[in-house]
Write a protein that binds this ligand. Structure first.
Ligand code: KIV
Length: 286
């Protein structure tokens, strides 16, 4: 397929997402070229999240999406991002078990998508892998708290950090990932006080989703905040538009016009050029 590579004017990850304490960082997910083009000038970073498993492919969790699919979507977004940093999620099963496999898969994602960074879910257990990847020069965004790849079904999508033990573990996870070299950390689905503690404890920006306004930035799934994905609405989602309703209204209008034969109209069809009359043709031939 012919690609349309973006001009590489995107700033380095650290310049866009750091240092901590600057203006709040704005992130949204993007899975496709048309959405990337709409978001590019308005956000600091676009995440090609593995949430696309649920949002685009209708899966029950994020665990079913494979590396090839993430690479295809990552490339579509990176090819059309001129300003915003592009981060691609490492999908479930491609980086957790052994470091060599993680390195090989991370390199594939970087090389084959043209993205700026990868994101990995995991706490202290993942720190050695994050350290190895960042030492090789590849920027890593961490992801702690609620880690959707660890949820086997919807019951796994519960807020974390309600007990003292869990709260302490989440802060420990965040520190381990920051110390391993992650340039930012997504903090998902934790109680407000834990997100504050994490934000205070680490030297890199925290990006909240279902976490706290005190995080250094926020991210939402674009289809959630624009009303395109309506299967369920987590409490932390604010709907800024109802694009699903707008799409359905457009579909109803189109279907009605096709059935009434009022679409296509004259302006949508090409008439054949008028042919000269037969007599004139004969005369021209002599
Ligand atoms: O996959 C995703 O979209 C994410 C965000 C929810 C942070 O990880």
């Amino acid at each position: 397929m012919t690609q349309c590579p973006a001009q590489k004017s995107r700033l380095p990850v650290n310049e866009v997402l750091g240092p901590k304490g600057g203006a709040p960082i704005v992130g949204l997910t993007a899975y496709t070229a048309p959405v990337a083009k709409r978001l590019d000038r308005h956000v600091d970073f676009m995440l090609v999240g593995d949430s696309l498993a649920m949002v685009l492919y209708g899966m029950v969790t994020t665990r079913g999406i494979d590396l090839e699919t993430m690479i295809r979507h990552g490339r579509a977004v990176a090819d059309h991002a001129h300003q915003a940093v592009v981060v691609v999620d490492m999908p479930f099963g491609t980086y957790e078990d052994d470091r060599d496999t993680a390195m090989a898969n991370v390199k594939r994602v970087m090389d084959e998508t043209g993205c700026d960074a990868v994101k990995m879910e995991g706490g202290a257990d993942l720190a050695p892998t994050v350290a190895a990847v960042t030492a090789s020069g590849i920027p890593v965004m961490g992801h702690i708290g609620l880690m959707p790849q660890r949820a086997k079904d919807r019951s796994g999508f519960r807020t974390k950090g309600k007990s003292d033990t869990e709260a302490r573990r989440i802060v420990k996870d965040a520190k381990a990932i920051a110390d391993a070299g992650a340039f930012a950390i997504v903090v998902e689905g934790v109680v407000d006080s834990v997100a504050r503690d994490v934000t205070d404890a680490v030297h890199v920006p925290t990006i909240g989703i279902g976490a706290s306004a005190t995080c250094d930035g926020q991210i939402l799934v674009t289809e959630d905040m624009s009303g395109l994905f309506t299967d369920f609405k987590p409490r932390f989602v604010k709907r800024y538009a109802e694009l699903g309703d707008a799409l359905e209204a457009a579909v109803v209008a189109y279907a009605t016009e096709v059935r009434e034969r009022t679409f296509p109209g004259d302006e949508h069809v090409v008439q054949a050029p008028k042919k000269p009359k037969t007599k004139e043709v004969n005369r021209a031939r002599g």
